[in-house]
Design a protein around this ligand. Structure first.
Ligand code: NDP
Length: 266
């Protein structure tokens, strides 16, 4: 319904649910992070997309801008705490600070523990735990400040059903994700009083590049079998959930969200 008269001018775009918000997404060059950045931008947020592959980030920024959104690429390795602090300083200077962090960069490298794949253990711990903490360290001050000024901010951590369930040969990955979920619950209790919502998203299997890094034969066979017997989630399915969490009224904090492929039992 339009009541336009020549004297009434309406903005061509209505305010979107996340207009005015600034969202930082780590691991944004593929999979869940990439889809979530697009979703948050479509909901009106200005998004900062962070990962190591600058070419992929540039393509994503171009796509978001083509669709009418706003995005800034920062190529950085989240295991480098100084690089993350520099990224946060840039977000502060160029966009006035973040009020949403999707802490999502991660890697899954299953192997029987007796193979003693210590380098793979370390990569998972460095990225899924230390990288996650580096982003929390860099951006929490901005989240707290934004929440005080505007009544809400969001820290959304990508965990996994591996945080809860038992998967032989996935012990180290599952341990890192148990860390993510348990940390999130504690941070929610700590930051909720300051109007910062904290959520852990725990997806079942999502078709992304995550599986392409797996080298363990048994795990590859298990994944291939599972793909034949069920329809995996898409990154967009998880992105939809991220958007849902971020657009809830400020009083509502989805603490933990399990999102499963319908056909995945556990
Ligand atoms: P992808 O492999 O597609 O995405 C991982 C992202 O992390 C990429 O953008 C990658 O970009 C980035 N990344 C990796 N290392 C670093 C680093 N050192 N510094 C900065 N960014 C880095 O996988 P998903 O989208 O599936 O994974 C996203 C999250 O979802 C992970 O935490 C994963 O554990 C979790 N998850 C995934 C599930 C699945 O089945 N796919 C299920 C449950 C949870 P780049 O290489 O350019 O740096």
């Amino acid at each position: 319904m339009s009541t336009n008269t020549p004297s009434q001018h309406h903005s061509p775009t209505q305010a979107l649910p996340l207009t005015g918000r600034v969202a930082v997404v780590t691991g944004a060059s593929s999979g869940i992070g990439e889809a979530s950045a697009e979703r948050l931008a479509a909901l009106g947020a200005r998004v900062v997309v962070l990962a190591r592959r600058a070419d992929r980030l540039a393509e994503l920024v171009a796509r978001i801008e083509k669709n009418g959104g706003s995005a800034l690429a920062i190529a950085a390795d989240v295991t480098d705490a100084a690089a993350l602090r520099a990224a946060a300083a840039r977000v502060e200077a160029e966009l006035g600070g973040a009020d949403l962090l999707l802490n999502n960069a991660g890697v899954m490298l299953p192997a029987p523990i007796e193979e003693l794949a210590a380098d793979q253990w370390q990569r998972q711990i460095d990225l899924n735990i230390s990288g996650l903490m580096n982003a929390i360290g860099a951006f929490t001050p901005q989240l707290v400040r934004a929440a005080a000024a505007r009544g809400v901010a969001d820290l959304i951590n990508t965990s996994s059903i591996a945080a809860q369930n038992i998967f032989p040969n996935f012990a180290v990955y599952s341990g890192t994700k148990a860390y993510v979920t348990h940390l999130s619950r504690h941070l929610r209790a700590e930051l909720g009083a300051k109007k910062v919502r904290v959520s852990a998203i725990e997806p079942g299997i999502v078709g992304t590049e995550l599986q392409s890094h797996v080298t363990d034969r048994g795990a590859l066979d298990w994944l291939a079998g599972s793909k034949e017997t069920m329809e995996w989630l898409t990154a967009e399915d998880v992105a939809e959930t991220v958007g849902f969490i971020a657009t809830l009224p400020p009083r509502v904090n989805l603490q933990q969200v399990t999102i499963m492929p319908t056909g995945q039992a556990a």
